[in-house]
Structures are given as structure tokens and as C-alpha cells.
Write a protein that binds this ligand. Structure first.
Ligand SMILES: Cc1cc2nc3c(=O)[nH]c(=O)nc-3n(C[C@H](O)[C@H](O)[C@H](O)COP(=O)(O)OP(=O)(O)OC[C@H]3O[C@@H](n4cnc5c(N)ncnc54)[C@H](O)[C@@H]3O)c2cc1C
Length: 480
């Protein structure tokens, strides 16, 4: 029986495929489209996603294919009203690289390139994305899922132990599994988005041509390593624009009052209403949902793709562990940990959407953080902190990077599919088996509070348990 069938080869499906493949778990990933999605869509990678991508072995390619997130430049006609970096727009201090945060800034890269990089990594690990292959039906029993895949004009029946729906906002898997998709659709706002080439604009920015009037928003984002720009335009709810280049040109002309910018070579265009919705459950038996299939929201805070990647990063090691013999209850912690994160992301993106691009700066400290470094699973059953008075860093939190003795980065030690036990002085934990890397450390900046303790770090870089008792570490690991 196939261990895992993944339906949908966007960022969440591809991340999951890489996670499974690097653990030697056989999976099939199918997509109904004949090619990977060609649009630039989600173009901002958040700092935590860069850390995840470093672990997956794709960060160099992401850096080679992107650029630091650009500043925003507001025009009135040809006059430049202001230029502001993202952190100023958010009212945050300039993020700086520190030993605990190696990649403090968001990174600009068109989504089609991120998808290609993940696809290439999956292929490097021996996998293959099956395109023009649609999941059209499935059912499940106690032992597995039977799925029907339609390709080459015929139906193929596949039996798999688990099915993961990473099939986007209109997810067939979600609907067919019976999961609720709760929330609202913002009927009064629509957005036109796409990729187009442009002449007559200087500089590498998010160019905004509407003097701050959100209802008339038209922006053109430079895309690194590409002649195309991503345009984003607010559309009146009663308008029914034709989806073609003439429409985009007319909007720019009317809203910018400029005739010196020439748009051409429209590569992709889409008109959409914002939905703010999430599932009531991430798991139905042997069927899981991840990415947009589980949550959709405004793109304002640049969280969509990033949250999708982290869903897959959370689920991948758990599926591999259960397929390797861990109790199936481990899979319940996927919903337990990712459901609250999705709810927070809906709130965060709604808050920043309504704030918009104002001429006045956001007051210092008024914006929620968008970097996703603070996502924690503290309330999870997998977070076990034995201390009477847990400190600043607790079980469930992301284990920050740090410099170890000899200048090694902690993230280089954590890299890979294994668990890592950090031993901060005191007794030895003994041999914990091949899936656990044990490392004795001392005097590590950021980890001072753990003197004399064991800190067990999960394969997804979150702290599993903090204890001074080696037997507790062993007991914790017996369920993994
Ligand atoms: C028009 C648009 C603009 C966006 N702009 C932004 C933005 O500016 N910033 C931002 O952060 N986010 C943006 N997003 C959101 C972001 O693109 C998503 O969060 C991200 O793509 C989610 O990844 P995913 O893998 O979950 O789903 P997707 O990338 O949507 O991938 C789903 C895949 O599943 C496939 N599929 C669907 N049904 C089936 C089936 N039955 N069988 C097989 N395959 C199937 C589809 O062909 C698709 O390839 C935008 C989304 C859209 C739609």
C-alpha cells in the first residue's frame, strides 16, 4: 500500500513531499494542472520560512532566485511622495541579524520560482510530481484510503495509508471529507492581480500609484530575476472587468494619471474576492488538510504561503513517525498545533489588511509581528516542560539559532530529519537510538536558563521537552 498520497502540488504539497522523501517515505504527489502554477502570487517569504527552507536544503536556491524585500514607494502622478521600508510601514524597528535570528528580513521571490525550487528538491530526492492527474474521489476505512485519480483519460484506483489535501482554497479534499470551512467572504472588496512587463518605471520597489486611496489601489512590484512585475489593483465590487491587458492598462492610466508607463506581455491575471475562512478540523481519520485547503485570508500580511509551508513542516515528520511505528495519536497533534496558528493568522492578516497603505506611519509597536518566528506550540500535548518556573524559552517554542562552542551554528546541528537532544552539563542521557542526535553544550547564548538540563528538540525545530531527568526524555521518545 502507498504510504502517503498528496493531492495538490503548490507550496504545501511540495514541502510535504520533500519532508517525506528525505525521510525515505514513499509518497505520490499529483496535481490536476498540466504544469506548476505560473503566477507570482505569494512573493514574500517570512524569516521562519527561510529557516525551514534551510533545513529542507533549498535556501541557497531561494537566495539565488530572489532579493531582499523592497521598500514601498508612493507616487502622485510622477512625483514621489515617499519611500518606506516594510518595517517602517509596520512601525517596527529595523530587524537585525543576531545569533538567534539568522534571517531577520522577509525575502522577495515569485511563488512560481519557490514552487519550482521545491519541485527540483523533491526530484533530487528521487520523487516526481504527477501533473494532469486529478483526485476525483476517495473514501476511507480503518486501514487506509482508496482514492480515484483521473489521468490520461482513465481512472486509476490507489490505496494509500494516508491522504493529504493540499489542493488549495477550493479544496476538493476538504469538501469531500466533510470538514466545515467557517468564516466570511468580503463581498465589498475585490482584487485584480497578475504578472505583466512594464517600461517607464525606475528602481526596485513596490511602486504604488494611488496616493494612499485604498479603494483605488494600483501597485506594481518588481520581481527579482524577471522582467515581469506583479500588479495588484483594488476593484469596485460592481465592476466586471474583462481579464485582459487592456483592462490593466486602463486602470493604471486612470489611477496614476500617467501615460509614460507602458504595460505589455500579460503572463497571468486573476480576479478574486477575499475569503477569511478556516476549517473546523485539520484531520478526518486518515485524511489531512494543509495550506490554503485549510485556511484562506487576505494576503496583506504575507502569511498564506508561509503558513502553508509550516503546516506541511509540522505534519511531515509526524506522518513519517506513525508510518514507522509511532502511535497514531501523534497525528492528532497536527490539528492541535496548527488550528490555533491558523486562527491567529486570520486575525493578523485581517488587521493588517484594514490598516492598508496609509500616508501616516503605524505607531511604534502597534503592528502584530509577521515574521512567524514567535509561533509556539506551548499548549500542545507534545510540549512538556518539567520546570516549576519555566523561563523565557519554553517547551513548544521555536528553538532559536545560537552559536555553539567552536562557532558551530545550532541550526547546523538541528539540520536534518532527526530529533536533537541538547545536554547542558550534568548527567549523560545515554544512547537514545539512531533517530536522536545527542549533543553536549555549555555557555550557549540564548539558552542560559537551561543549565544542568536536557532540551529535546523536535524534527521541526520546536522544543519538545525540557527536563533534568534523562528517564523523562526516554519516556517522551517512546511515543515518537
Ligand atoms: C490569486 C491569488 C493571489 C495570491 N496572492 C498572494 C499574495 O500576494 N501573498 C500571499 O501571501 N499569498 C497570496 N496568495 C495565497 C498563496 O498563493 C497561497 O497561500 C499558497 O499558494 C497556498 O499554497 P497551497 O499549496 O496550499 O495551495 P495552492 O498553491 O493553491 O496549490 C494547490 C494545488 O492543488 C491543485 N489541485 C486542486 N484540486 C486538485 C485535485 N482535485 N486534484 C489534484 N490537484 C488539485 C491545484 O492545481 C494547485 O496546483 C494568493 C492566492 C491567490 C489564489
Amino acid at each position: 500500500m502507498l504510504p502517503v498520497l498528496i493531492a495538490g502540488a503548490g507550496p504545501s504539497g511540495l514541502t510535504l513531499a520533500v519532508e517525506l522523501a528525505r525521510r525515505g517515505v514513499d509518497c505520490r504527489i499529483v496535481d490536476k494542472a498540466p504544469e506548476l502554477f505560473i503566477g507570482s502570487r505569494a512573493k514574500g517569504l517570512q524569516p521562519r520560512t527561510l529557516e525551514v527552507f534551510e533545513d529542507l536544503g533549498v535556501l541557497d536556491a531561494v537566495f539565488a532566485g530572489g532579493a531582499p524585500f523592497p521598500a514601498f514607494r508612493m507616487y502622485s502622478g510622477k512625483e514621489i511622495l515617499w519611500e518606506r521600508p516594510l518595517h517602517e510601514m509596520l512601525g517596527s524597528p529595523l530587524p537585525r541579524r543576531t545569533p538567534d535570528v539568522p534571517y531577520p528580513m522577509p525575502w522577495l521571490i515569485p511563488q512560481w520560482r519557490t514552487d519550482e525550487i521545491l519541485r527540483d528538491r523533491f526530484e533530487e530526492l528521487g520523487g516526481r510530481v504527477e501533473l494532469s492527474t486529478e483526485l476525483v474521489d476517495f473514501g476511507q476505512d480503518d486501514d487506509g484510503v482508496v482514492a480515484t485519480l483521473r489521468h490520461d483519460g482513465r481512472d486509476e484506483h490507489v490505496r494509500a495509508e494516508f491522504l493529504v489535501g493540499t489542493d488549495g482554497g477550493r479544496s476538493f479534499v476538504r469538501k469531500h471529507s466533510g470538514a466545515g470551512f467557517l468564516g466570511t467572504t468580503w463581498e465589498s472588496e475585490r482584487t485584480l492581480i497578475g504578472d505583466v512587463r512594464a517600461e517607464g518605471i525606475d528602481g526596485f520597489f513596490c511602486h504604488m500609484f494611488t496616493g494612499g486611496d485604498l479603494a483605488k489601489r494600483f501597485s506594481l512590484w518588481n520581481l527579482p530575476g524577471s522582467d515581469h512585475y506583479q500588479f495588484v489593483a483594488a476593484v469596485d465590487p460592481d465592476d466586471e472587468p474583462e481579464l485582459n491587458l487592456a483592462t490593466v492598462r486602463k486602470m493604471l492610466d486612470e489611477r496614476s494619471g500617467r501615460t509614460d508607463i507602458r504595460l505589455f506581455d500579460l503572463r497571468w491575471i486573476s480576479l478574486y474576492r477575499i475569503n477569511v475562512r478556516m476549517v473546523d478540523r485539520f484531520r478526518t481519520g486518515r485524511v489531512f488538510l494543509a495550506g490554503d485547503a485549510a485556511h484562506v485570508h487576505s494576503s496583506a500580511a504575507g502569511q498564506g504561503l508561509n503558513t502553508s509551508v509550516q503546516d506541511a513542516y509540522n505534519l511531515g515528520w509526524k506522518l513519517a513517525a506513525v508510518l514507522g511505528g509511532a502511535p497514531e495519536s501523534l497525528l492528532d497533534t497536527y490539528h492541535e498545533e496548527r488550528f490555533p496558528v491558523a486562527a491567529d493568522v486570520l486575525d493578523l492578516s485581517t488587521t493588517l489588511h484594514h490598516r492598508g497603505f496609509r500616508a501616516t506611519l503605524a505607531p511604534a509597536g502597534s503592528s502584530p509581528a509577521i515574521h512567524q518566528l514567535d509561533i509556539t506550540y506551548r499548549g500542545s500535548t507534545l510540549a512538556v516542560d518539567d520546570r516549576d518556573n519555566p523561563g523565557h524559552l519554553r517547551a513548544g517554542d521555536r528553538a532559536p539559532d545560537a552559536l555553539l562552542d567552536g562557532g558551530t551554528r545550532l541550526f547546523d546541528v538541528l539540520k536534518g530529519p532527526q530529533w536533537t537532544l541538547l545536554v547542558f552539563g550534568g548527567a549523560s542521557a545515554g544512547d537514545l537510538g539512531p533517530g536522536v542526535h545527542v549533543r553536549s553544550v555549555s555557555g550557549v547564548g540564548g539558552y542560559e536558563e537551561f543549565d544542568g538540563m536536557f532540551v529535546l528538540i523536535r524534527p521541526d525545530g520546536h522544543i519538545g521537552t525540557v527536563t533534568s531527568d534523562a528517564d523523562r526524555v526516554r519516556a517522551y521518545l517512546t511515543d515518537m
